[in-house]
Design a protein around this ligand. Sequence first.
Ligand SMILES: Cc1ncc(COP(=O)(O)O)c(C=O)c1O
Length: 460
Amino acid sequence: MATAPQVVDSELQKMAREHLWMHFSRMGAYSPEHEIPLITRADGCYVYDEHGNRYLDGLSALFCVNAGHGRTELGEAAARQVEELDFYTLWSYAHPRAIELAARIAGLAPGDLNRVFFTDGGSEAVESALKLARNFHRAHGKGQKHKFIAREVAYHGTSLGALSATGITNLRNQFEPLVAGACHVPNTNIYRWPEDRDPMWAADAIEERIVFEGPETVAAVILEPVQNAGGCFVPPDGYFKRVREICDQYDVLLISDEVICAWGRLGHYFGCERFGYQPDLITTAKGITSAYAPMGAVIASDRVFEPFSEGDASFAHGFTFAGHPVVAAIALANIDVFEREDLCGHVLAKEDEFRGMLESLRELPIVGDVRGAGFFQAIELVKDRDTKESFNDEESERLLRGFLSGELYKRGLICRADDRGDPVIQLAPPLICDTEQFEEIHDVLSGVLTEAWDQVVAHG
Ligand SMILES: Cc1ncc(COP(=O)(O)O)c(C=O)c1O
């Protein structure tokens, strides 16, 4: 358990304040009195800061260290690879590790998702999939099909194409104009739906939007199996079956954005398996290497690859480092760990226990909803459980940034307190977590959420 941060202002803190530009961070908030959280080492489910305080990594860093920290065999695989072949590019060349990894991923991916296009991360994977969808239709003489449909509040990355798919207004509007052709439809935030709403309402909204835009203009629909932003929105039964039918009917590609939901997060190698649908493209990243090195990928079906398979056709797109041999060696070693330790099986065996622990927090007045799948769960925080009244912007700022984030960290739990939709706490621990860690998460959350209610809600 962590203790209160000491005011030490180390050399690293000073250098970070002067030279490091942290992502999505209010750099002005840091000072000698408000130090930057500085993680210096990690092991298993835990990370340690510069003072030696231990934290349970309840978010797998950023939904990515799926196999857990400190697996030296992944580093050894990297070292062996450097001795054999440090780097060669996939622009017009191939190398053994990229070939082996592509074949291994194709073997794990469902149905005819047999072709792997590597990238360096999730945004690049989404960017590549969107361009590929446009190129695919153009190859079939349907170049007018250029629009893509995504869901409100969903996060699909930060590069301009991926950001266009992202449905979070205040991330989008500061960088507009974005890539033309992005449309947004309602998500599956069932907690906020009227009780008598047709469960197919959100799927039908996709069809309505395709018809409204003109099917001859729509290239793809991009959806996560469980939507992260907003707090682990699970689909209602039959949602993806209906979406698949709609995509088939209007000749629209279905992209399953599994940057988070693949690699065991939902108890399967790919999130679409959990909900029984077959996408045309999967975008993935993060857990593909358990974050020991950056990598992403687009996995395409035989049908999507077909126009690029003959004659002088090519997908005129790529990244220097994508499929890097050292990173591919790490990814292969990571999949070895998954198979040897049956990490997907572990998630399926333990998800009820993990969820049960979170469900027990429903007795706290601030807990409105608990939802998610596998080791990917969220707690929605509310002002009034009966009416589901949420917090306004000012209250949410005070609750999340003014209290919860700091307090959870101080008590040794790293998780996400997020208000890109309504305020939620999200948990996505390493897939090796077990009863001991679930109990630890419970104890920290129940203390902090009780205090949040007393300090921030009850006494304003
Ligand atoms: C669903 C989804 N798509 C895309 C991305 C972007 O990935 P990256 O941060 O690796 O660019 C993320 C990142 O969290 C994500 O969750």
